[in-house]
Design a protein around this ligand. Structure first.
Ligand code: G4P
Length: 537
């Protein structure tokens, strides 16, 4: 085995995803405790933007700052190098999370046992399903009176369109919660509330009908035996291959806050989660053990300090070895560039790195040369595919208050949209600029930054659009009706793709009916030569 493939095999790059408040931050912290990356609970601050503070820009910036420094957390556990990519907690930054999902090899999905599958869980899982990302489910907060586990599993299968296979099963719940039975090892992990320490009491049994077990739990042991029979009958054996193909999700139960069930989760994770996998590019699949370095930018973060305009571009290494100070090819700009200060980030610390390997994520200081989706290579001219843009859900027109500042506004909005904060659509025949984002918070952040960083005094006025649909067609005649009837709703995105801003579902349906040869897509990949991915609207 070569040195490179050794490095590749020992890396696991993943993200934890959840609906806000399900326990992502708490679980992250507990995983870091196990990895020895932090010593006490409380070291990782929640990067949630408190719901009450939506209009407090300082708070937004402060919170964003926290999420910069914790963007990638690495730790080692039992000989594996683990890269945990942080995702913003607030739903308004969901698109940032979608893009982060393009840089991971697997995910852990946290579900609150009281609330079950929530809106954001569904959206995030859709992205995982599209990419066939392997998923492990952690059902959290078992110390609370939650819903029946069978009912929860049924809901996950129905709403998230994935088959599940529980690997552990809870005994009791809420005040009555006794612990978790490991179905494969026949061990029982006794629950005791414990927020700080890594301690546990696990005992082996012959099965739930073991007299020792029955003596401990009486009727409950009988119920567990019945539950396990049912589960084994309904779900069949756990097949790792199906997990790796993104079709089957193993399920664990626990309580992140009480450090309970977390180690089992982590132990299984390092055993079954995939290492770096090949990535699709415009020249075909790029294997991680390819000797030549390559990687792509999936996230750009603005500097917290407005006096320093520089940003940090996060790059996922896909193949070969990245070296500090070596020249690499920036494919889109057709320029060779070297990086003197590549960094990794851990909690509040950043440290310089000399090398990085496939699966690693590095932060590159960026003076404005990067856009999301940019590819670096050792000279080859290909771009990585698979970094989608999704239709925004809220649209507003950007209006300049001071007409003398139009250059500043133009520059500002282009740079801010390069960071992926929002998308901008330019009207086909007027100066109108429509900004689209997933949540209201982004508009506040953009307006604040345009004023403070670019000196462009501007405001937003609300528009009633339903969705942006990228229009794909072969011949101009295919969309002649669209131009004739809807030219006022036709815009170009930043990459020059024709986009139809539909005011309603009805209008979209009508457009599809009148232009049957065209395709209307809710998502698009800009690096593909041909636009293949994309849910049809
Ligand atoms: P998020 O990142 O997914 O948004 O969730 P986060 O970890 O911040 O957890 C949300 C809330 O749920 C927190 O309470 C956290 O303490 C609590 N929580 C997480 N895991 C468990 C668990 O296993 N059991 C119980 N009972 N609660 C859990 P909070 O009151 O919002 O914040 P805090 O004051 O505790 O920080």
């Amino acid at each position: 085995m070569t040195q490179l493939s050794n490095k590749i095999d020992s890396r696991k790059t993943f993200a934890i995803i959840s609906h806000p408040d399900a326990g992502k931050t708490t679980l992250t912290e507990k995983l870091l405790l196990f990895g020895g990356a932090i010593q006490v609970a409380g070291a990782v601050k929640s990067n949630k933007i408190k719901k009450t503070a939506t209009s407090d820009f300082l708070e937004i910036e402060k919170q964003r700052g926290i999420s910069v420094t914790t963007s990638v957390m690495n730790f080692s556990y039992k000989g594996e190098q683990i890269n945990l990519l942080d995702t913003p907690g607030h739903k308004d930054f969901a698109e940032d999370t979608y893009r982060t999902l393009t840089a991971v090899d697997s995910v852990i999905l946290v579900i609150d046992c009281v609330k079950g599958v929530e809106e954001q869980t569904e959206k995030l899982m859709k992205v995982c399903r599209m990419r066939e990302t392997p998923v492990i489910v952690f059902i959290n907060k078992l110390d609370r009176e939650g819903r029946d586990p069978v009912e929860l599993l049924d809901e996950i299968e129905a709403k998230l369109d994935i088959r599940v296979r529980p690997l552990s099963w809870p005994l009791g719940m809420g005040r009555d919660f006794k612990g978790v039975y490991n179905i494969y090892d026949n061990t029982f992990n006794f629950f005791s509330p414990n927020k700080q320490m890594i301690e546990k009491e696990i005992e082996s049994f012959a099965g739930p009908n073991d007299p020792k077990f029955v003596k401990l739990f009486g009727d409950k042991a009988e119920k567990l035996e019945h539950d396990l029979d049912l589960i084994n009958g309904v779900y069949g054996d756990f097949a790792v291959d199906e997990y790796l193909e993104g079709e089957l999700a193993p399920v664990f139960f626990g309580s992140a806050l009480n450090n309970f069930g977390v180690q089992e989760l982590l132990d299984t994770f390092i055993k079954i989660a995939p290492g770096p996998r090949h990535r699709d590019s415009t020249k075909g699949l790029i294997e991680p053990d390819d000797e030549n370095f390559s990687g792509f930018v999936f996230k750009i973060h603005a500097n917290l300090d407005p006096k320093h305009r520089d940003r940090i571009a996060f790059l996922r290494v896909c193949s070969g070895r990245f070296e500090r100070n070596k020249f690499y090819h920036h494919v889109r700009l057709d320029r060779n560039i070297r990086f003197a200060n590549p960094a990794t980030f851990m909690a509040q610390d950043k440290s310089l790195i000399e090398f990085a390997h496939p699966g690693d994520v590095i932060g590159l200081y960026d003076s404005g040369i990067f856009k999301i989706g940019d590819t670096l290579t050792e000279g080859e001219k290909f771009m990585f595919k698979g970094i989608p843009s999704f239709s925004p859900e809220i649209f507003k027109e950007l209006v300049l208050n001071d007409p003398l500042k139009s250059k500043q506004m133009e520059k500002g909005i282009l740079q801010l949209t390069d960071e992926g904060l929002a998308q901008v659509f330019l009207h086909n025949s007027s100066n109108r600029k429509v900004v689209g984002a997933v949540g209201d918070l982004q508009f506040e952040v953009i307006q604040y930054r345009l004023i403070n960083e670019y000196g462009a005094d501007c405001r937003f006025s609300h528009l009633n659009f339903f969705r942006a649909c990228w229009v794909i067609y072969e011949n101009p005649e295919d969309i002649s009706e669209l131009w004739r009837l809807r030219s006022h709703s036709l815009y170009y995105d930043k990459h020059g793709h024709l986009t139809f801003l539909a005011e309603s579902v009805y209008q979209l349906e009508l457009a599809k009916e009148k232009n049957p040869k065209a395709q209307f897509l809710f998502s698009i990949e800009h690096n593909s030569e041909t636009i293949e991915l994309g849910k049809t609207a």
